[in-house]
Design a protein around this ligand. Structure first.
Ligand code: ADQ
Length: 472
């Protein structure tokens, strides 16, 4: 069993998941770094500090021993099968996820889920308290850990505590449905700084504090909540981004460029190639997108031989009923479109329900003339930013107004995915736009994403946390 390199750390990251996956290599089980920008962002801020990351290892049972990987100290948290069902699949993804995404599907509330959420949040707080050095900085991530700041503050008042919400924070009219609403607000208020994807998310949180908490408990002034124990907690927007430079340079490699041409050839060299890439989640608007495309093929606005569509839908949360439901709906619609419009060996829609390496994702982005990002609600949407990073002048982005990304990528072809008729017109506009209009839009968005990358995000979160109002 490895020994701790030192007892405590100046920077502790806590997220539901560790940034590694357990995989089998022959007879051995090894840890492999999970793909994604969060790891890159954290690496960039951990490189000059002593950093540790606390999170669930992704498998039920006792926590494996802590270990070091890529210069990060990784400290697994154990979750029992019951806790996975109640804290993670239940309260986090059955209650909070739908509630925080505009109740696209109805949330389910169960008291036993809430109890498990609280007890897992206490465990995270205890583990952080044990690992954090005196006056250390703690960065907690996402909706699964909203009570950790308060529990941690009770254990370790010396720490500087920040929390970042990767998903939207709902309007108070929806948030107030949550039976545990006061506990969650008090939980978050244990932080010095709360980061949100959009200004409106931060405003929603502040409004919830103002309307739902007793006046002798808190006072909200501007973007700061003053608590009854004399502390201050500030809430602001710090929009997340991607490792844009690395996506841009990967997309420019001869291998990826070659693979992009090959993908188009394999599809019979269509005149136009459309692409969608999403976790298979009901928030992502995949059904609405397919409905728009189905009507366009049926009405002849799109021709199956000339315009092809690739939908990559990553498997997600497959034990939950709402996810099984969206999966079968998507599969039925793809089957219907292809059944009606395919010629031999040449379906208009290619549906890929699996994960791909980064290189293949980059090749898909490069190959696509138009990227369709149409969520009904999305905290940010990194896929939109990845597509824009992979293109500096070609390509076009159709982007839902309900994504955080729409606040920054203003030159996209913006759409309301609920309005199928206008979404169809927007897709056509993107397909038919003049090359210099596309190029002007793409250049502006490319610059924006390269300037505001994931390192910029991590640094600005930590700066906000460091300058957060001093505690008494
Ligand atoms: P997600 O809902 O997971 O994230 P998103 O922001 O689009 O959504 O990130 C998905 C990531 O997975 C992208 O980097 C994408 O390239 C990758 N990916 C998707 N399908 C893949 C596949 N088949 N193979 C390989 N990689 C694949 C949550 C919130 C978002 C917020 C992010 C970050 O819901 O709103 O943007 O966190 O804060």
């Amino acid at each position: 069993m490895p020994t701790l390199p030192k007892d405590t750390f100046d920077l502790v990251i806590a997220a539901n998941r560790l940034p590694v996956d357990r995989v089998r290599e022959g007879k051995r089980t090894v840890w492999r770094r999970s793909p994604g920008g969060l790891v890159t962002a954290m690496e960039s801020v951990m490189s000059d500090r002593d950093g540790a990351w606390i999170g669930w290892a992704g498998v039920p049972g006792k926590a494996p021993a802590a270990f070091e990987q890529d210069g990060m100290w990784l400290h697994p948290i154990g979750l029992s099968e019951h806790e996975i069902r109640a804290y993670y699949e239940g309260f986090s993804n059955g209650s909070l996820w739908p509630l925080y995404h505009d109740v696209i599907v109805p949330p389910t509330f169960k008291r036993s889920w809430q109890a498990a959420y609280e007890s897992v949040n206490r465990r995270f707080a205890q583990e952080i308290a044990d690992l954090a050095a005196k006056n250390a900085t703690v960065w907690i991530h996402d909706y699964q850990l909203q009570q950790v700041p308060q529990f941690l503050r009770e254990l370790r008042p010396d720490l500087r505590i920040g929390w970042f919400n990767h998903i939207p924070f709902p309007p108070v009219e929806l948030f107030m449905q949550l039976p545990a609403r006061d506990s969650l607000l008090h939980g978050l208020l244990g932080s010095d700084f709360l980061g949100f994807q959009r200004r409106s998310d931060a405003q929603n949180f502040l409004r919830a504090c103002r309307q739902l908490l007793a006046e002798d408990d808190v006072a909200v002034r501007g973007d700061v909540v003053h608590t009854s124990d004399g502390r201050e907690c500030r809430a602001a927007a710090v929009p997340i981004s991607i490792d844009a430079e690395s996506m841009a340079s990967l997309a420019a490699t001869p291998e990826v460029q070659h693979r992009a041409r090959e993908i188009r050839e394999q599809l019979g060299n269509p005149e136009q190639l459309l692409l969608g890439v999403d976790r298979l989640d009901y928030t992502k608007g995949i059904r609405h997108r397919l409905k728009a495309l189905e009507e366009m093929y049926r009405e002849g606005a799109l021709t199956a031989t000339r315009t092809k569509f690739i939908q990559v839908a990553t498997p997600s949360r497959e034990r939950l009923e709402a996810y099984q439901h969206i999966k079968s709906e998507v599969e039925q619609t793809v089957g219907r479109i292809n059944g009606e419009h395919s010629s031999f060996g040449a379906p208009p829609v290619t549906y890929l329900h699996r994960s791909f390496p980064r290189e293949e994702m980059a090749a898909l982005f490069v190959a696509a003339d138009v990227m369709l990002v149409t969520p009904l609600r999305d905290g940010m949407n990194l896929v939109a930013k990845e597509y824009v990073a992979a293109h500096d002048r070609s390509g076009a982005l159709v982007l839902s107004e309900f994504t955080g990304a729409a606040n920054e990528l203003k030159q996209a072809y913006l759409c309301n995915p609920h309005d199928i008729s206008r979404t169809k017109r927007t897709i056509l506009r993107a397909l038919e736009s003049a090359p210099d209009d596309r190029s002007r839009r793409m250049r502006a968005m490319h610059r924006q994403v390269l300037r505001h990358d994931v390192r910029h995000w991590a640094e600005s979160f930590l700066t906000n946390l460091t300058v957060a109002p001093d505690r008494p």
